[in-house]
Write a protein of this length. Sequence first.
Length: 130
Amino acid sequence: MADDSGNITSFDKAHYEQLLTYLNGIDKDVDTNPKYLGPSADLKLDPTLSSRFHPGSQDWSVAKDFLTQASTFGSSAHTRLANFETDIRSFFTALKNAEEIFCKTDDLATYDASKFGQEYPDVTGSPNTT
């Protein structure tokens, strides 16, 4: 719950579950929506991107450079999307594993953040030092 100034004043188990549902929805959308990174199923941001463009003269250096860069860009976008999927799933799993925090508190907004980070280091992305 946020107050009038937009500050989070409470974060109970229902809010936590809403966050998990939201993250799971993002993962499903990225994983199953064929138009996620393109305006149509025929134009995907992956290594095949350059094959979708057909400039008038492929011998022209500008057209060659464009196709090379399109392939590079498509490959980069595809790699980043795969990394994004992995990160979303890892974060979702870490949050799901930390859900037991609500056995200790009813309101995560009032729980000590450093203690939470020590108890559930996967959520913060840091190694467990305890």
